[in-house]
Design a protein around this ligand. Structure first.
Ligand SMILES: [Zn+2]
Length: 392
C-alpha cells in the first residue's frame, strides 16, 4: 500500500492536500487485500481524513490545480533544470549529514565493508527525454506509455511493473492503480511512483510462498526469506503495531503513515511486511526522483518521507525486538536471509535518499524524519545487524 502526500504552495495561500491514499496488497497482493485496496483507492474517505487533519483545501481542488499546471509542461521542465542545479551544488551525502547532524563519531550511515555499503544499482536516467512520448500520448494506450517512459528513465521500475502484471495474474496492478489517472500524460506520470510501488508488491506477492516472502530489488536480485510474519500468523516475529509502544512514537506525533501501517487492519503483520513496504517505498522515491520534472512549480510530495518513515520503523522494530522480544530479535539477526534483506533495503534506500538530498519538491517532513532515522542509538540497531553478519 502507499500513502502519498502532495503539498501545493499556490500564490498567497498554502494548500496542502493528501492525495491518493491508496492501500495495496499489504502482503504483496493476496486477492483479498487487493480487493480491499481497490475500495480504499476509489473511496476518498481516508484521503479526506488526511485532508481534514491538515484542514486545507479539498483533494479535488488540489487535483484541479495540479492539472492546470499540467498545461505548462515547458515551465515544469525549466523548474526541473533549476532543481538539478541545486542537486549539483548540494553534494551532501548521507554520511555527511550524519557527521554534521549528530555527535562526532557515530557509525556511518552505510558501512562500506558490508552488504548495505556494497549495494549498487544503475541509477535512473532522470534527464532522458520523455517529451516525445508525452506529446504522442493516447489514453487508449496508456499501458504502453507507462512501459516506455519507465524504460526510458527507470528500467528497474519498468521491470517491476511488467513482471507484476505478468506474474500476478488475478488482477492487473497497472489497471487498478492507473485508474483515474490516464486522462493526460502528466496525470499518468504523476501516478507512476504509486504504480511502480504497487506493482512491486504484486510481483513480490506472486513470487512469495505461504511462509516465505520474496523481495525483488532488481531484475537480477530477488531474495526470499521464510518465517518473517508475526507468530499469530505462523511466523517468528511480532505484529508491527507493537512498535507504537516505544518512546519514539511520542517523538513523532505527526506520523502521516502510522494509521495506515501501525494501527488497525494490517498492523498485525510481522517484520516481513515492514520490509516489504520499505522495499516499495524505495521504488516510490526512485520513480519520483526520476520523474521530478513532472512536478508543478511549488509542489512538494512525500517521496522521501515514505522511505525515511520505513527506515525509522525498521530501526524501531529491531530496537523493540532487542529490548522486549529477544526471540524475535534473535530470529532476525541470526537468519542470514533476513540480515541480507535488512541490509539490502538499507543500502538501496540510502542510494536514493542521497541522490534526492536537497531537492525540496521531494519531501514534506523529510528533514525531521532524517533526524530521527539518524539518531545514534537507532543507527546502532543496524550496526548490530552488520555485526551479526560478521562485517568489519
Ligand atoms: Zn505499499
Amino acid at each position: 500500500m502507499r500513502r502519498f502526500q502532495v503539498k501545493s504552495v499556490v500564490a498567497l495561500a498554502m494548500t496542502v492536500a493528501a492525495l491518493g491514499v491508496t492501500a495495496c496488497g499489504d502482503d504483496g497482493g493476496s486477492a483479498a487485500d487487493v480487493m480491499d485496496d481497490t475500495s480504499a483507492t476509489s473511496g476518498d474517505t481516508s484521503a479526506s481524513d488526511a485532508l481534514a487533519e491538515d484542514s486545507f483545501a479539498p483533494a479535488d481542488t488540489a487535483v484541479a490545480a495540479d492539472t492546470a499546471v499540467a498545461a505548462d509542461t515547458a515551465v515544469a521542465t525549466d523548474t526541473a533544470v533549476a532543481t538539478d542545479t541545486a542537486v549539483a551544488t548540494d553534494t551532501a551525502t548521507p554520511q555527511d549529514t550524519a557527521t554534521t547532524d549528530t555527535e562526532p563519531g557515530p557509525a556511518p550511515v552505510v558501512a562500506p565493508g558490508c552488504i548495505d555499503g556494497q549495494y549498487d544499482e544503475t541509477l535512473p536516467d532522470d534527464t532522458a527525454s520523455v517529451t516525445a512520448l508525452a506529446n504522442a500520448y493516447s489514453a487508449a494506450s496508456y499501458t504502453t506509455f507507462i512501459d516506455q517512459v519507465l524504460a526510458t528513465r527507470y528500467p528497474v521500475g519498468q521491470y517491476l511493473v511488467a513482471r507484476g502484471v505478468a506474474e500476478y495474474t488475478q488482477q492487473s496492478c497497472v489497471a487498478i492503480f492507473a485508474q483515474g489517472s490516464t486522462g493526460t500524460a502528466k496525470q499518468l506520470l504523476g501516478q507512476l511512483s504509486t504504480i511502480v510501488h504497487e506493482c512491486g508488491h504484486f510481483l513480490d506477492g506472486a513470487r512469495g510462498t505461504f511462509s516465505g516472502n520474496t523481495y525483488v530489488f532488481r531484475p537480477d536480485l530477488a531474495i526470499t526469506c521464510d518465517g518473517g510474519d508475526s507468530r499469530d500468523r505462523f511466523g517468528n516475529t511480532f505484529a508491527r503495531s507493537e512498535i507504537t509502544k516505544d518512546e519514539y512514537d511520542a517523538l513523532w506525533p505527526n506520523d502521516f503513515y502510522k494509521d495506515t501501517y501501525l494501527v488497525g487492519a494490517g498492523s498485525e503483520q510481522g517484520f516481513n511486511m515492514v520490509a516489504e513496504e520499505a522495499v516499495q517505498y524505495v521504488n516510490s522515491l526512485a520513480t519520483d526522483w526520476a520523474f521530478r520534472d513532472n512536478l508543478g512549480s511549488g509542489v512538494s510530495i512525500s517521496a522521501r518521507d515514505g522511505i525515511l518513515t520505513f527506515l525509522f520503523y525498521i530501526e524501531r522494530y529491531l530496537r523493540w525486538a532487542r529490548l522486549n522480544d529477544a526471540q524475535a530479535h534473535q530470529f532476525l539477526l541470526s537468519t542470514p536471509c533476513w540480515r541480507r534483506v535488512i541490509l539490502t533495503i538499507w543500502g538501496r534506500a540510502w542510494l536514493y535518499i542521497d541522490e534526492s538530498e536537497g531537492i525540496s519538491s521531494l519531501g514534506i517532513d523529510d528533514a525531521e524524519l532524517l533526524d530521527l532515522v539518524l539518531r545514534p542509538e537507532l543507527l546502532e540497531e543496524i550496526d548490530r545487524v552488520r555485526a551479526a553478519e560478521g562485517c568489519p
